[in-house]
Ligand binder design. Structure first.
Ligand SMILES: *Cc1c(COP(=O)(O)O)cnc(C)c1O
Length: 351
């Protein structure tokens, strides 16, 4: 070890799903949307003026903040925007999770939470999901330094009913409760209506999944004005210009195309239900998903083997070699056509 290495902030990084670049692949491994962004986004992108790039972007992200505030019927002061919800969540960890007491999150959940906690030296305690892979709300009634969970949860796709989310928020007036709603648009109930009632609730969402813009990196948080102010204070102490000009403009355009958004979300929901039926027939079991993926295991063949066989056929799904879930595959819902090919392959393979 070199002498200076003892002073390096060492972290075990988050490992994102692979991004292979093959023309004939079916990519069902990172919960991307199979449909292109809204036509308005594509049109605006074509007409963008490169000369503007000389100038720094608006540090307040005013245009997109305003559009989001209008879209959700809240004040501008209740909206925070970041470079994907990963950036928003990292700011949230830095801003609000600063206690000696452990923060709480599920044992099976988004695998970035423990990475941020480790990196920022935040103590944490994982609360096991029950046998049905559901969050047990009472586990979050103990003393804590903050709470975070996705709803629907990832990678299970399970929704925690809004009543239970509210119970968790209500039982924790002394800490911040963060609901990571990356997948909420695919059919779960959002906790957004509760932000007026509870000043300790922060709801985080993203353009990456339901709005087909993972590549643009746009995420946001909605909550009480005081929470948003604290988040902005940390952001401005870190990097004032997080959002680039193109993301800001295209984000606004995406919000304007509500009809397209609803149409593509509905298509994904329909394909999800079709895929679920087919997977059942093939001997898979899973709990209902309210997200754009299904988390399934097979009665006979181990997930690792199926994963490898699919990969060989250029069909990418996600496999997590982790306790309790190492016999599961997380299958993103692609287009109907992609899912038909996926099911056809499995039908042959599992014969
Ligand atoms: C995809 C995802 C995110 C991050 O998405 P961004 O692309 O950074 O907006 C956050 N939380 C969960 C649970 C996710 O699955």
């Amino acid at each position: 070890m070199r002498p200076w290495e003892k002073n390096v902030r060492k972290v075990v990084p988050y490992v994102p799903g692979e991004q292979p670049n093959e023309t004939d692949m079916i990519k069902l491994n990172t919960n991307e949307n199979p449909y292109p962004p809204a036509p308005k986004v594509q049109e605006l992108l074509k007409n963008m003026d490169a000369d503007q790039m000389r100038l720094y972007p608006d540090p307040t992200v005013g245009k997109l903040v305003g559009a989001l505030a209008q879209h959700y019927g809240v004040k501008k002061e209740q909206v925070f925007v970041g470079v994907g919800s990963d950036d928003v969540l990292a700011m949230v960890f830095m801003t609000f999770f600063n206690s000696e007491k452990p923060i709480l999150f599920p044992d099976i959940t988004y695998s970035f939470y423990d990475v941020w906690a480790d990196m920022l030296r935040i103590p944490y305690e994982c609360q096991p999901l029950n046998e049905a892979f559901q969050i047990v709300k009472e586990d979050y009634y103990k003393e804590n330094g903050g709470i975070i969970f996705p709803n629907p949860n990832a990678p299970t796709g399970a929704e925690l009913p809004l009543q239970d989310v509210e119970d968790i928020v209500r039982h924790n007036p002394d800490s911040i409760v963060v609901v990571d709603e990356a997948y909420v648009d695919f059919g779960a109930q959002s906790a957004l209506p509760l932000i007026e009632k509870y000043d300790n609730l922060l709801v985080v969402q993203t353009f990456s999944k339901s709005r087909s813009m993972a590549g643009m990196r746009i995420g946001y948080a909605l909550g009480n004005e005081v929470l948003i102010k604290y988040l902005n204070d940390v952001k401005y102490s870190f990097n004032s210009y997080t959002m680039n000009r193109t993301s800001i403009e295209l984000g606004v355009a995406a919000l304007e195309d509500q009809a397209y958004f609803e149409k593509t979300v509905r298509k994904i929901q329909e394909t999800r239900e079709w895929t679920a039926e087919e997977l059942k027939k093939l001997g898979f079991s899973f709990h209902p998903s309210k997200a754009n993926f299904i988390f399934a295991r097979h009665a006979r063949v181990h997930a690792k083997e199926i994963f490898a066989a699919l990969r060989e056929a250029h069909i990418y799904v996600r496999y997590f070699n982790k306790p309790r879930i190492d016999d599961y595959l997380r299958i993103t819902i692609g287009t109907q056509e992609e899912m038909e090919k996926f099911v056809a392959f499995l039908r042959e393979y599992l014969k």
